[in-house]
Design a protein around this ligand. Sequence first.
Ligand code: 9D3
Length: 253
Amino acid sequence: MQVGVATLFPELIEEALEHGVIGRARHNGLLKLDLANPRDWALDRHRTVDDRPFGGGPGMVMTPAPLSAAVGSLKSSLPAAPVFYLSPQGQPFDQAMARQWQLHGSVILVAGRYEGVDERVINNVVDGEVSLGDFILSGGEFAALAIIDAITRLVPGVLGDPSSSDEDSFGEDGLLDYPHYTRPELYEGQAVPAVLRSGDHKAIARWRRRQALIRTRDRRPDLLETAILTKEDRVFLTHLETLDRESGHSSKE
Ligand code: 9D3
């Protein structure tokens, strides 16, 4: 996987990706990072990369030429890579996009700072605009890091167990994960559910599946619309609704 990032803080990207699974992927050549700092293409005496917004208002805007040159440099290294600008105005990033970009093999991410970038850079060099969700960051770098992490762990050989990335939440069936327990068996008055210690692997699998269905229904009912469900799953969900109706619960509690 080859990822280019245009950023005023290349060391922030570089250093965050030295650790853990992603650090090992880089060491093994499974993730190649290419960083370009617009400041390196700012040719005035003060190496200016921002300016005041036309029309007035608070804050500064990233000036087009240095950013565009930084992206251009990444494009010449990664000619097949689509270019995505990270911004609150973008399409929400999801696991399907992570999978698409991983399968494509390369992507260029543009991380903005200040109030944003000059719209003409978006018009001229950007193929798409992506957001991490409805909250405010100080710039695109942490969004880029989250996206790079999500893509890289899908690259074959990055995770030890080739099946484990697909069994996570959103991996295969689109449900939230079941609860996890490890030792000790009793912790601050809470016992591990007995079924997990029963050694009955079929009963454990059924309990986990049902916990995943309960949690998804309670916390993210929107995911049930697109989840891959068996006939048994649907019977169980219908059974839950029946129990709720009998005890006077509502789906919003
Ligand atoms: C309403 C005025 N500004 C907030 C003080 C707007 C604004 C400008 C720049 C809000 C955020 C940013 C910087 N954000 C990103 O670069 C960003 C982001 C985000 O803030 N939220 C979710 N996803 C992303 S991706 C890039």
